[in-house]
Design a protein around this ligand. Structure first.
Ligand code: AGP
Length: 615
């Protein structure tokens, strides 16, 4: 969603801000802007659409810039008011001396706006953010101190915000504040940064201070002062970012999504590293900070997540129930928060999130914490807000994921669930020891099997070419691969804008079969050796009888499938219970190639954001 970067120092400010915004681009946005303090003036540049437009605007107006030393930049994903130039950030007060950029949503902006209009403020945009600009200016007129003005203003704000403010009369100072939206300060030598996320600053510094809710940062070239909402100084820990700038490079791949798909074998090795040593040793999962005796008696787990993470959670439910015999409920965070749940202190609540910033999941986790549940977070961002709410934290270590469509973070989440479910099974003694050994042996083989899939994608590309003109798809499966059907369909939807639905194969005949004809491809996920293969095959036959085009994704070598299906995508042999780690890969690639053939913006699909920080 929106992104913020601010800089004070001796580097080329425009370049630092532009680079920072470019590194946040993956989050999704529809307009961009910068405010630069230059020779005592505040100069604003804004454009609609991609950052290239802002670059051109800066280039066209470069004669207006003399020597900027301080600035704030923003990419906006519209919430209040359409994507337009007037709604783009930064926003200003009446006189234009104060500028603000903002991530989040101010819930009481209408009331504040009314009050400010009565005081003579003239609003130009439809945004909630402009209210903050007028409000801080109003407070500044009284306090004559920007830090105090920001503090007094944020006390009046309800909702979520990360803001950066500059004032013409307060040279080379950026004041930042946050509540329910991430914000961090990057520490440099004779320079400092402020941003909504680490990619914005990683090229310049790895030293970071994460602001907590209700904290205010006053950032100059050589000082960073952090205070709480009452103005008390807060002593913050300087943390060192764990990853390198190279993570933000495509490394020769056409898109980040393709690069990230190809990173999956190594990501899996990473997840297993230090946790699964060999098939004879127990899984080491020290991250789970619950007493083993409590784990043994645990009889209810709830998993909450959104989107792709929700699909990983569905696989997680299957595994935990199958391996450890513990009852698991899975729910979309956005629904969980509106239900009177039976969550209590004896429930283990697991939150799953790539970004660790998804607003719905954060709200759900907070709700669970209020009920005194132990909260386990599985996330790719151990530096995130969600991670800070965790009693136990499993970082999935997939590395930064830039493409909006989650791929490698999904496989990493799946692997974390395999480890967790086996860990619980080992504690409870609920699985046969030989069976566990076989599973561990197969888990270790998975990266090599994915490498095999990635080494020959010709059938997947042929399938993409053949089916890219179809307007609707149904993906079907049963059992542990139902989540793979959901996830494959979601991938196709989000990056190619083709209507695709994941459906339990057995449910086809209870309604969706009515839609089937030669215009509707049905993609069936069939893994032999388990309990679902024959049934999914029969359901595929039923679809064929209605003239549907058929695609199989299977590990079967049965040649007769080539007669039934129009295309058969084969993956290496794998046991059904572990197969979701393999089946997701061709489905990611199929979505990728279809989107590529259709010329879509693969890494930044329209209307989507990488972290969805609004409910
Ligand atoms: C995945 O491809 C999507 N971009 C989206 O569904 C995503 O999984 C969802 O928004 C949840 O995000 P999170 O994992 O960061 O919480």
């Amino acid at each position: 969603m929106c992104g913020i970067v601010g800089y004070v120092g001796n580097r080329d400010v425009v370049e630092v801000l532009f680079k920072g915004l470019t590194n946040l681009e993956y989050r999704g946005y529809d307009s961009a802007g910068m405010a630069l303090r230059d020779e005592g003036e505040i100069k604003i540049f804004k454009t609609l659409g991609k950052l290239i437009n802002l670059k051109n605007e800066l280039e066209n107006r470069k004669s207006e810039l003399i020597h900027p030393v301080c600035g704030i930049g923003h990419i906006r994903w519209a919430t209040h008011g359409s994507p337009s130039l007037v709604n783009a950030h930064p926003h200003t007060c009446n006189c234009g001396r104060l500028v603000v950029v903002h991530n989040g949503i101010i819930e009481n902006y209408k009331e504040l706006r009314e009050e400010l209009i009565k005081k003579g403020c003239k609003f130009k945009s439809q945004t909630d953010t402009e209210t903050i600009a007028h409000l801080v200016a109003d407070e500044y007129a009284k306090a004559k101190n920007l830090e105090i003005a920001v503090r007094n203003s944020v006390k009046k704000l309800q909702g979520a915000y990360a803001i950066c403010v500059m004032h013409k009369d307060v040279p080379d100072v950026i004041v930042g504040a946050r509540k329910h939206a991430p914000m961090l300060v990057g520490i440099g030598e004779n320079e400092n940064f402020i941003a909504s996320d680490t990619p914005a600053i990683i090229e310049y510094t790895k030293k970071t201070i994460y602001l907590d809710d209700n904290e205010i940062a006053v950032v100059t070239k050589d000082s960073v002062k952090i205070t709480d909402i009452d103005g008390n100084l807060v002593n913050k820990k300087v943390e060192v970012l764990p990853w390198e700038p190279v993570a933000l490079s495509k490394l020769g791949y056409k898109h980040f999504m393709l690069k990230e798909i190809h990173e999956q074998p190594d990501v899996i090795r990473n997840v297993l590293n230090g946790k699964l040593f060999d098939i004879d040793s127990p899984i080491i999962l020290n991250e789970v900070k619950i007493d083993k005796d409590i784990l043994k008696k645990l009889n209810k787990i709830e998993i909450i997540a959104c989107g792709t993470s929700l699909h990983a959670a569905i696989v997680g439910k299957y595994l935990i129930e199958d391996f450890a015999g513990i009852s698991v409920e899975v729910e979309a965070s956005s629904e969980y928060i509106y239900r009177k749940t039976t969550t209590d202190a004896s429930t283990l609540v697991i939150g799953v999130s790539q970004s660790g910033e998804t607003a719905d999941t954060i709200t759900a986790i907070k709700q669970a914490r209020e009920k005194k549940s132990h909260v386990l977070i599985i996330t790719n961002r151990p530096d995130s807000n969600m991670a800070r709410l965790a009693d136990s934290l499993i970082p999935v270590n997939a590395g930064i994921e830039v493409s909006v469509a989650a791929t490698k973070s999904y496989t990493a989440q799946l692997m974390s669930f395999y480890l967790l479910a086996l860990h619980l099974a080992e504690i409870k003694g609920s699985l046969d020891k030989e069976y566990i050994k076989n599973l561990k042996h197969e888990l270790i083989q998975l990266p090599t099997k994915i490498e095999e899939i990635l080494s020959n994608t010709s059938v997947i590309q042929e399938c993409a070419r053949k089916f890219s003109s179809y307007k609707n798809f149904i993906y079907i499966s049963r059992g542990v691969n139902l989540a793979s059907a959901y996830e494959g369909a979601l991938k196709l939807k989000e990056i190619s804008y083709i209507n695709a639905t994941g459906y339990p194969a057995g449910e086809l005949k209870h309604g969706p079969i009515a839609m089937l004809d030669e215009t509707m491809p049905v993609l069936s996920i069939l893994i032999p050796g388990g309990i679902t293969y024959e049934k999914v095959l029969s359901n595929s036959e039923e679809a064929k009888a209605r003239n549907a085009k058929l695609i199989a994704l299977t590990s079967s070598n049965d040649k007769s499938l080539d007669n039934l299906f129009d295309i058969v995508i084969r993956i290496p042999s794998v046991s059904e219970i572990l197969s979701p780690v393999l089946t997701c890969v061709p489905l990611q690639l199929l979505a990728y190639y279809i989107a590529e053939f259709l010329g879509k913006d693969v890494d930044q699909p329209r209307n989507l954001a990488k972290s969805v920080t609004v409910e």
